[in-house]
Design a protein around this ligand. Structure first.
Ligand code: F6R
Length: 586
């Protein structure tokens, strides 16, 4: 959720750190801070707001020193305040830390440390790490010892980086990502390669329960029992470097616009894995699919796709609900886990529960170095490049594309899916979005939007509502069309907008009937369809294609609608309030 970064090298640390934080801001962005080691002291600047705002206010990038740490926060413990922003210094100010994760036993540790005379300023769980390190350093006088004692005291999940008053960096990983970058002019340590990829593509992925000590003589890695550890240096893929908006006003628009290509590329780097996974799925005794948010909506599409074309039953389960769904998995079950980040705590928990029963895990994931990949028997890569916009767009259609590929393989190519045609249809929608921009102006001030779809279009309606909520802050609800008359019709009046997902397929006439029922109550109807109708107040035209492909295509105009409505409302489409891209806490 939060992003953390450390740098030690030949150059001034603060500007490098601030730039890295800007790139990782998608992970959390309610406050930001930097600490550097300079003239034998640790200097800290921090504040509430996005990197650009706080930097303007307190000039984070002007802190001096060639060693430093930085953080962008997504609040879990304690309000969004300057004091709660990281880095947190220890009470003597000799150590400062940045932390991502949750320290579950922070209250008890805090009480013990307070009794020993260590003072706390913030309401965060993270500050305890700074004082714990300080306490163990005071006791042992040794950084390695203080790291190992500290990690053995902490309960929860964490990655943290600490700067010590002799200019040493130390960092530990326990169930949160942490990656070392080896550059020609310095070392980096970060929660995401995006934090430093412009400086080096040579990285070491720390394993769980490992810590690293970085100083001017080099890096030393240990496990939590202080055994030295050696790791291969690996090169990260060039695609990670593609994190510029280019000509686009926002990452979200750029990523929406990439979809004609990303649906074609989905899974192409892992063709063998796709074949192996298909084989497992074809022969599975019981089949489940899980994900959170957008990824769960893709799981719902899979249910329809697999039953219609592959004639296979698959049960979608929301990842955060797996814990409460008793004994679903059996010895020979297969669980497909969908996740853009591969780091969502809920998804990882679901996978761990399933694994205990001997269930095999197939993951469909964008970040191929993520924790989810390590937990899976087979991983298929979305291959859609970094998705920076917090709201998932291209990763959703890439997930769908892979699910289509699996279904198509199982039914020997009889789904009717033609990715080249779907790609052309998406291009056509993107090439003329003037009508969508007009409708965005109409909906910018409405308080409720309903999105209706039947059959396979219901999960798309659900995904459409998620995009509208996240980007526009308008209340939006996706409903199966037939459910309207069982309650929600009571909400329809002249202030309500309803989007009907209504391509020409067997759901068409029933959805049109629902549209007429809505219209009769005075609500405004927006039709997303290849066919016009007098019932639509506004018609968003989508190209006519084989019915199998509509789900992949019909979400695009609604992503655009949500994006343009956000721009109309002057909210930031890339960084919706209160959200973070990678939800690594439960
Ligand atoms: C919605 C969105 C979230 C994520 C969810 C799961 O636009 O981005 O709902 O889909 O947090 O994230 P991943 O797919 O990374 O596990």
């Amino acid at each position: 959720m939060c992003s953390i970064i450390g740098y030690l090298g030949l150059n001034q640390a603060a500007p490098i750190i601030v730039k890295g934080l800007k790139r990782m801001e998608y992970r959390g962005y309610d406050s930001v801070g930097v600490a550097t080691f300079s003239n034998n002291h640790i200097l800290v600047r921090k504040g509430v707001g996005k990197v650009i705002e706080v930097n303007k206010a307190v000039r984070l990038d002007e802190l001096s020193g060639t060693v430093g740490i930085g953080h962008t926060r997504w609040a879990t413990h304690g309000m969004v305040t300057d004091t709660n922003a990281h880095p947190h210094p220890s009470s003597t100010g000799e150590i400062a830390i940045v932390h991502n994760g949750i320290i579950e036993n922070h209250e008890e540790l805090k009480r013990e440390l307070e009794q020993k005379g260590y003072a706390f300023k913030s309401q965060t769980d993270s500050e305890v790490i700074a004082n714990l390190l300080q306490y163990h350093h005071d006791e042992t006088g040794d950084i390695k010892q203080s790291m190992t004692h500290t990690v053995s005291d902490l309960k929860g999940s964490y990655a943290f980086v600490a700067v010590f008053e002799d200019g040493t960096l130390a960092a530990a990983r326990f169930h949160e990502p942490l990656i070392i970058g080896i550059g020609k002019e310095g070392y980096f340590i970060s929660s995401d390669v995006l934090g430093f990829v412009e400086h080096t593509d040579e990285v070491i992925y720390l394993d769980n329960r490992e810590f690293v000590i970085i100083n001017t003589t080099g890096i030393q890695i240990f496990d939590f029992n202080i055994n030295p550890v050696r790791h291969q240096i690996t090169k990260v893929s060039k695609e990670f470097a593609d994190v510029y908006k280019g000509e686009y006003a926002h990452f979200t628009l750029k990523e929406i616009s990439e979809q004609p290509t990303t649906i074609l590329n989905a899974g192409n780097n892992t063709k063998l894995e796709l074949d192996l996974a298909t084989d497992l799925i074809r022969h599975a005794k019981t089949l489940y699919i899980t994900g959170s948010g957008t990824s769960y909506n893709a799981a719902l599409v899979a249910k329809f796709l697999f039953s219609k074309y592959a004639k296979i039953k698959i049960e979608p389960i929301i990842s955060s609900e797996v814990h409460f769904s008793h004994d679903v998995f059996e010895q020979q079950s297969i669980l497909i886990a969908l996740s853009q980040s591969g780091e969502s705590a809920d998804v990882l928990e679901a996978v761990n529960i399933a694994k205990k029963t001997g269930t095999k895990i197939i993951s469909i994931v964008n970040i191929m170095t993520s924790s989810l990949v390590h937990l899976s028997s087979i991983s298929i890569g979305l291959g859609c490049g970094p998705e920076i916009g917090v709201a998932a767009t291209k990763s959703f259609t890439a997930q769908l594309a892979i699910l289509y590929k699996i279904a198509d393989k199982i039914c020997n190519g009889s789904t009717g899916i033609d990715f080249a045609k779907a790609s052309e249809a998406i291009k056509k929608i993107l090439s003329d979005d003037s009508k969508i921009k007009e409708i965005a102006k109409k909906i910018r001030d409405v308080s409720d939007i309903y999105i209706l779809g039947r059959g396979i279009h219901y999960p798309i309606a659900s995904e459409a509502s998620l995009k509208l909520k996240e980007l526009t802050y308008i209340h939006a609800e996706g409903l199966p069309g037939g459910e309207l008359k069982h309650g929600p019709l009571a909400l329809m009046d002249s202030n309500t907008y309803v989007i009907m997902i209504n391509p020409s397929d067997p759901t068409y006439s029933d959805t049109l009937t629902s549209a007429r029922e809505i219209k009769a109550r005075g609500a405004k109807v927006i039709g997303v369809s290849d066919k016009p109708s007098d019932v639509y107040d506004y018609w968003i035209e989508i190209p006519q294609i084989d019915e199998s492909m509509y789900p992949l295509v019909e979400i695009i105009p609604i992503q655009l609608l949500a994006y343009y409505a956000a721009v109309e409302k002057d909210t930031d489409p890339d960084y919706p309030r209160n959200l973070a891209k990678s939800v690594t806490v439960k």
